[in-house]
Design a protein around this ligand. Structure first.
Ligand SMILES: [Zn+2]
Length: 253
């Protein structure tokens, strides 16, 4: 619906530049419309299963002109945009790949004990075990394929940090069945980028791991709200697929 509206508007703007309502003219308007649609779920390929909340993500990264364009067309199609306006902030794309969190502002460490570090094969094992116990209705073969693709792209020497999601953080799926819970993970990818992921893991599997992080490191992770400098796994995946055409790991698939 948005895409066909965009095609019609872009064609009309190209034919009749005078119609443009953007202060920088018709080319600027065409570019903004094309950009906002490029990020829409399903714009250039089937919806990537790991990339939750695609429309929310598009909304939150859109500029004012693009938001009013989306609002006009969604409202025109009878879609209430309140869910977009009120959605909690998703993690933003990083300006530079992988940096450790910085001390931006203090926050009382609520749960330093819950942080643990795992290597890539441990993390992959946790994710696969949980996934095989998971029967969430939207999970199909595409979701499994994305998970495997993602796990193959973990840095082989990565030390990934896990903690349970906290109350008030976006819950992408309800907890359960059984002891499946959402975790927040700082994951190091094959290109060294540090990304945020929200894997569903079995609480019992995580509890069975040794608490191996030094207390100082745990305190550091607990006090630092690192979100601003991080990008989420879905954005990393999209960027990687768009730019790393020579990736050896992608070619295997
Ligand atoms: Zn790749």
């Amino acid at each position: 619906m948005l895409l066909s509206a965009a095609m019609i508007e872009i064609r009309a703007l190209a034919a009749n530049p005078g119609r443009s309502k953007h202060p920088d003219g018709h080319l600027a308007e065409i570019r903004l419309i094309a950009d906002v649609c490029h990020n829409l779920p399903g714009a250039d390929r089937p919806p990537p299963p790991g990339e939750y909340d695609g429309l929310v993500c598009t909304w939150q990264t859109a500029g004012d002109f693009q938001r009013s364009w989306l609002r006009k067309h969604l409202t025109g199609a009878g879609v209430d945009t309140a869910f977009l306006e009120q959605a909690p902030s998703l993690p933003r794309p990083a300006t530079a790949p992988g940096t450790w969190p910085t001390w931006e502002r203090w926050q009382i460490p609520r749960d330093p004990k819950t942080f643990i570090a795992v290597g890539s094969s441990t993390l992959a094992g946790l994710v696969r075990q949980a996934h095989s116990a998971d029967h969430y209705p939207t999970h199909g073969p595409a979701r499994t394929a994305f998970l495997e693709w993602f796990l193959e792209h973990l840095h082989p020497e990565g030390r990934h940090v896990l903690r349970p999601s906290r109350p008030g953080e976006t819950l992408f799926q309800p907890d359960g069945p059984n002891d499946l819970r959402q975790y927040r993970a700082l994951v190091t990818m094959s290109d060294g980028a540090l990304v945020v992921d929200h894997p569903r893991l079995r609480e019992a599997d995580v509890a069975a791991l040794p608490t191996n992080l030094h207390l100082l490191r745990r305190l550091l992770l607990a006090v630092v709200p690192a979100r601003r400098a991080e990008r989420d796994a879905g954005l990393w995946a999209r960027h990687h697929r768009a730019t790393a055409s020579d990736c050896r790991l992608c070619r295997v698939n």
